[in-house]
Design a protein around this ligand. Structure first.
Ligand SMILES: [Zn+2]
Length: 177
């Protein structure tokens, strides 16, 4: 039973006007109503964001906590490292997901990670959670490689599509044959 929906930020919840600067973020559609709709259905909603912008300096001082709080997110993690730091939190590493699952005492099989990159899918699938690819951001570019590795991968056009997707999933699960 899916309990926890974790979204990537850049390319998934919205796009950046300038890739280097997290402050140039514009949501693809209003985020808070989507989060509220999920929470009303009983899901815990969170954000897992790679922010090498912090390691590089361009994201330093940006208040991610305030932003994520304004969406009403229940939980979030930010990786402040760059690839060269070899941390275990930067996706495709699963460190942020494991940390959230631990905090919520949620089994990994009950967690979904929604993102526009294969690295988001890997972060989930490598530890027994479910990855979903969205076609915004880098999604179109990453789709082929992601499907090659995960032929039954769920692909959605945009992050808010997760609501009808979960409604269908729920209907399928509860249907009595
Ligand atoms: Zn990290």
């Amino acid at each position: 039973m899916i309990r926890c929906i974790l979204f990537d930020r850049d390319g998934t919840l919205g796009s950046l006007g300038d890739d280097r600067y997290p402050a140039t973020f514009t949501p693809f559609c209003p985020i808070r109503p989507v989060f509220e709709a999920l929470q009303a259905r009983g899901y815990t909603v969170g954000i897992l964001s790679n922010q090498s912008s912090i390691a590089r300096g361009t994201g330093r001082g940006y208040d991610f906590d305030a932003e994520f709080r304004s969406y009403g997110a229940d939980v979030w993690r930010i990786c402040p490292h760059d690839t060269a730091d070899n941390c275990n939190c930067r996706k495709p590493g699963s460190g942020m997901l494991l940390s959230v699952a631990d905090e919520l005492a949620a089994p990994l099989r009950d967690c979904i990670v929604v993102g526009d990159r294969l690295s988001d899918v890997l972060c989930a699938e490598n530890v027994g959670a479910t990855g979903i690819l969205v076609l915004t951001g880098k999604g179109q570019q990453e789709k082929e490689a992601a499907l090659a590795q995960f032929p039954s991968l769920t692909i959605l056009s945009r992050f808010d599509e997760v609501i009808p997707y979960l409604d269908q999933l729920e209907a399928d699960t509860t249907r009595i044959p």
